[in-house]
Design a protein around this ligand. Structure first.
Ligand code: M6R
Length: 635
């Protein structure tokens, strides 16, 4: 075994701009050195507050053990809990965490750090096999205190340390047992001179100081102390002491280049992007993997949503589905209707929550009412859910664990988009689409409306989604160029057919929200029943054109009608670049084709980018557009 205290050079210092890094949900900070750890940990966690969290906690090594303090709510609560804990304030080594709940409610017991025996550990990510591990550990006599997936990691690490393995070796063995995504930081009461780190699919960085070192989920947390950072890669294990960084990967020592960060603190919070909205658009490839993770078995063509057990048992009795939401979430519901009707063969209605709650809603015990909301706090959506509660079965599709809507509904399906900070919803929308698609497949399986092969085919396409999203994001420069040509226009029309009609609505909403340009979404086939009168060279048309045969040809005819009236046209399509369109648009943006079910999601991404670039060119406040709030808690 390698000597853990060996000091490993992590490459020469060079001033570079670190690769833009998307972030995971929770915030992590670690410190070891000659200063008091507590203010550094709290300061780091404060810097990460912008990302959203529901609880927090800190563990530090003290003489004879580890001391932990945790609290729900804002960091001020943690500070209050820490006040007077002098024993903690003297420590020079510690780990801190802000939790954005994924497994288990946002309570103090579920807050990190989690402890087991001599170990205290924090985690960012999801342990997929935690249920089996927990059962195994319980059989061995471990007592669990929380509902989290993370606690299994603390018990496993403690077990290996108690078996006599050296700290990093114990960490390696623990990581060998867990499946999923993680950034772990752990301290061991019997080795209080080091912090153990492990990374897989979740970002974590080390920061180098003089006689002190730092660890964080994101650069901003340590920027006040050092600009010298080392970005860990998947499979890396690190042992950080006050004077050394030891890194290994699959048993071999590795060198990771040290970089000097040139970002100012605000740019750093945005992961190097100019705005949160752009960062969140780019987050989509990763967060969509989080939405999908552990939720299906591709071979068996089966969707596993244990949280919907109640619905599974009743799936065959459901006669009608009513989807309620506001804004962008309402557009997701329109797509959800397509999924549920075509996969599960249940008639669906979609209603604005603000309308539904003041109508005579005919909900009975065979009706499933689905409330879709990013924040889970939108007052109208909550009101609509309240109207349905007690009459039909209710389900919340939500991003924020423990939000009001989740507490009100009979069941919850979380979207796992991570905190969305920009007022304009982007990644929340695409994760809602995928959650609704999984839900429709889940119902289809239980109602016998799709064969195993048919379900398998849909799941196979979902597997390719994250990489298709990453590929789609390459259109950014082309969209920016189109935006430049169109930024001074005052009105826009977005057209789409079938599943691309809700995308036209969403594209128009995004543009008006952040650029203050009037935009309308319309079903392409309806255009000649009125809006065609508006069309001239001052009214650009964005046509969302999916390759699906019948609709493709019909949409092309609409496009010709538009072109004949002198409109400037932008086509966003998943048709192959070789396919003749018979028109000459001002710009054609191509996205990859994965499957007809996923086309709307991919075709939406260039529209998010279009709205973003037009807004930037017009100098608006992209992340905080005028008159809008992130969650609308008034009627
Ligand atoms: O948090 P919710 O999903 O319930 O919010 C609903 C709408 O307020 C929201 O989608 C709004 O339309 C966004 N600003 C759209 O970008």
């Amino acid at each position: 075994m390698r000597s853990p205290s060996a000091c490993i050079a992590v490459g020469s210092r060079r001033a570079v701009r670190p690769k833009r890094n998307t972030e995971a949900m929770c915030g992590i900070v670690g410190y070891i050195g000659n200063r008091e750890a507590l203010p550094i940990l709290l300061g780091g966690l404060e810097t990460l507050e912008y990302r959203g969290y529901d609880s927090s906690g800190i563990a530090v090594c003290v003489k004879g053990g580890i001391e932990i303090t945790r609290a729900t709510g804002k960091l001020i609560e943690l500070k209050k809990a820490l006040a007077g804990r002098k024993v903690m304030s003297e420590s020079r080594i510690g780990i801190g965490h802000t939790r954005w709940a994924t497994h288990g409610r946002p309570t103090e017991t579920n807050a990190h750090p989690h402890s087991a025996g001599r170990v205290s550990l924090i985690h960012n990510g999801i342990i997929e096999n935690y249920l089996e591990l927990r059962a195994e550990l319980e059989r061995e006599g471990c007592v669990f205190k929380s509902e989290t997936d993370t606690e299994v990691a603390a018990h496993l690490l403690n077990r290996f340390l108690e078996q006599g393995f050296k700290p990093l070796e114990a960490m390696r063995l623990m990581c060998g047992e867990v499946r999923g995504s993680y950034a772990f930081l752990a301290i061991d009461a019997e080795n209080p001179d080091r912090i153990l780190v492990a990374k897989n699919s979740t970002p974590i960085i080390l920061g180098r100081g003089e006689g002190e070192n730092f660890i964080a989920s994101d650069i901003p947390a340590i920027l006040p102390h050092t600009r010298r950072i080392v970005i860990l890669e998947d499979g890396d294990l690190a042992e950080v002491t006050a004077d050394s960084l030891y890194i290994e990967n699959r048993g071999s020592i590795v060198k990771r280049q040290e970089q000097t960060v040139s970002w100012d603190p605000i740019t750093a919070q945005k992961g190097g992007f100019k705005h949160f909205m752009l960062k969140e658009i780019y987050d989509q490839a990763r967060v969509l993997s989080d939405t999908l993770r552990s939720r299906f078995n591709e071979q068996e063509g089966s969707v596993q949503l244990p949280e919907l057990e109640k619905l599974g048992a009743k799936a065959k009795e459901i006669k009608r589905v009513v989807l309620v939401a506001c804004g962008t979430a309402w557009h997701a519901c329109l797509e959800g209707k397509f999924f549920i009707e075509s996969f599960a063969r249940i008639p669906c209605e979609v209603d604005y929550a603000s309308e539904f709650r003041y109508r005579t809603s005919l909900i009975d015990s065979d009706t499933l009412v689905i409330a879709v909301s990013q924040s889970g706090e939108t007052l109208d959506t909550l009101g609509a859910l309240e109207c349905a509660s007690g009459k039909g079965l209710t389900l919340a599709v939500c991003n924020v664990v423990g939000a009001s809507i989740c507490r009100k509904a009979d069941m919850v399906l979380y979207t796992h988009a991570g905190p969305e900070i920009s007022v304009a919803s982007t990644k929340a929308f695409t994760t809602q689409l995928v959650a609704l698609e999984l839900l429709a497949l889940y119902l289809a399986e239980r109602r016998g409306t799709m064969s195993t092969d048919e379900r398998r085919k849909v799941l196979q396409s979902l597997v390719h989604l994250p990489s298709a999203v990453a590929q789609t994001l390459r259109v950014d420069a082309a969209v920016a160029a189109a935006a430049k040509q169109l930024a001074s226009v005052r009105d826009f029309l977005f057209l789409g057919r079938g599943t691309c009609y809700p995308i036209a609505l969403e594209g128009a909403l995004k543009l008006k929200e952040i650029s203050y340009i009037h935009a309308e979404g319309y079903p392409a086939g309806e255009m000649k029943h009125g809006p065609i009168a508006l069309i001239d060279e001052r009214m650009p048309v964005v046509m969302i054109l999916q390759r699906e045969k019948q609709l493709f040809e019909k949409s092309l005819s609409n496009l010709k009608e538009v072109e004949a009236r002198g409109a400037r046209v932008v086509v966003v399509t998943d048709a192959s670049p070789e396919q003749a369109l018979g028109v000459t648009p001002e710009a054609t943006i191509h996205v990859p084709f994965v499957s007809s079910e996923l086309s709307p999601l991919l075709l939406n991404i260039p529209l998010q980018l279009l709205a973003y670039h037009v807004a930037v060119m017009n100098g608006t406040d992209v992340d905080l557009p005028r008159n809008l709030a992130k969650s609308v808690t008034v009627e």
